[in-house]
Each structure stands twice: as structure tokens, then as C-alpha cells.
Design a protein around this ligand. Structure first.
Ligand code: HQG
Length: 173
């Protein structure tokens, strides 16, 4: 299931063309197209969508009756998720590898290949994110409230991840 989840992430976030898919502007593809592109059946996809710890994928039925699926966040291909700016909590957290900290202290958090910098509402979640690649984890506190008051926009993905374009060093403590 983890393997299928990774294949779905790749197809729906990073490289749809590789499996012959085209995402619509909002990042959606018909579920039926994903099934044939990946050679899996509906039960497999439903198991990933339902079982996914982070609710990475969402399925909706359009007004045309067609069921579509997309990744809720994390794309590297251009998509417009239709996210609306919302007021963030005063503090958000970013977990990262110790090796990245000097560079982050120098240049702030940047979005790399993704659309946004990803932030968590709580430290345990940030710790999990930061620990994905192994090695010692550092949790950075982001003064999200101050950023918002200074005009930076924040978004929250369907699955509760906080997103912003960048975090300058002065807001990182
Ligand atoms: C680091 C997972 C050096 C940043 C998670 C991170 C998340 C810098 C890495 C989602 C830097 C990027 C995103 C700078 C940032 N210098 N390093 N100036 N600014 N970095 O994977 O936040 O499983 O793109 O600290 O749960 O780790 O994909 O971002 O270590 O929600 O659903 O550059 O990915 O979700 O790594 O994780 P990533 P992330 P999924």
C-alpha cells in the first residue's frame, strides 16, 4: 500500500506525463484514468485514500458525475489548488534535518521544488516530517502571526498542512 501511495504521489504531484496522465488546472484526474494509468483497481486506490495517515489524496464527484482524484498538496508540477489565504495560528513548526539548519538560518525557509514551504501546527508532526530522511531532527518555530501581520499569506491544505511561499530568517526562532 505504501508502494502504491508513492506511485500515486508521483503520478498526481510530480510526473503525471510519465504514466500518460494530464492533470486539470486544479490538479484533478478522473479516477478511471488513474486506474488504467497505474494498472490497479478501484479497491486498491480506495484503500490508499482511506488508509492514508495524512489524507494525501481526495476524491470528489463532479457535477458531470465523474469521480476525480487529486493530491491535496505537495505538487511540483504547476496546479492551482484554489487555496484561499487564511489567518494562521501565532506559531507554526517546521521539522528539518540538522544538516539544513545553517543554510536555513542564512537564507530562510524556501520552497525548493514544491509550491510552498510546509509547516505543521504541532511539534510532534514537525518532528515526523523532519525525520523522514533520517539523521538528527531540528524543530524550528515560525512566527506565523507576525508574518501574517506583515502581509505574508498563509494557506491550509485540505489535509491540514500549513503552506506559505517563504519564511524569512527574522521570523524563525
Ligand atoms: C529544507 C511530506 C536548506 C526543508 C511532509 C526540508 C510534508 C532548506 C527540505 C511535505 C532551506 C525540503 C513537505 C534552506 C528549506 N536551506 N534547506 N534555505 N529551506 N529547506 O520534502 O517540509 O509525505 O520539499 O527544511 O509530511 O520536508 O510528501 O519539504 O527539509 O508535509 O505527503 O528543504 O512532505 O509530505 O524538503 O516536507 P521537502 P518538507 P508527503
Amino acid at each position: 500500500m505504501v508502494k502504491l501511495s508513492k506511485r500515486m504521489s508521483k503520478a498526481l504531484r510530480h510526473d503525471p506525463g510519465r504514466v500518460g496522465l494530464t492533470l486539470d488546472p486544479g490538479g484533478w484526474v478522473p479516477v478511471a484514468d488513474l486506474l488504467s494509468a497505474l494498472g490497479v483497481d478501484r479497491g486498491d486506490i480506495d484503500a490508499v485514500v482511506a488508509g492514508n495517515d495524512k489524507q494525501r489524496f481526495a476524491i470528489v464527484r463532479g457535477p458531470d458525475g465523474v469521480e476525480r482524484i487529486r493530491a491535496s498538496q505537495g505538487h511540483s508540477v504547476p496546479v492551482d489548488l484554489g487555496l484561499v489565504p487564511v489567518e494562521p495560528p501565532e506559531r507554526l513548526y517546521h521539522g528539518t534535518n540538522e544538516a539544513a539548519v545553517a543554510s536555513i538560518r542564512a537564507t530562510g525557509l524556501n520552497r525548493g521544488g514544491r509550491h510552498h514551504v510546509h509547516l505543521s501546527t504541532d511539534e510532534p508532526t514537525a518532528r515526523r516530517v523532519g525525520g523522514r530522511r533520517g539523521g538528527p531532527v531540528v524543530i524550528l518555530e515560525v512566527e506565523a502571526g507576525a508574518m501574517a501581520r506583515d502581509g505574508f499569506e498563509f494557506y491550509r491544505s485540505d489535509n491540514g498542512v500549513w503552506l506559505t511561499a517563504e519564511v524569512p530568517t527574522r521570523y524563525i526562532s
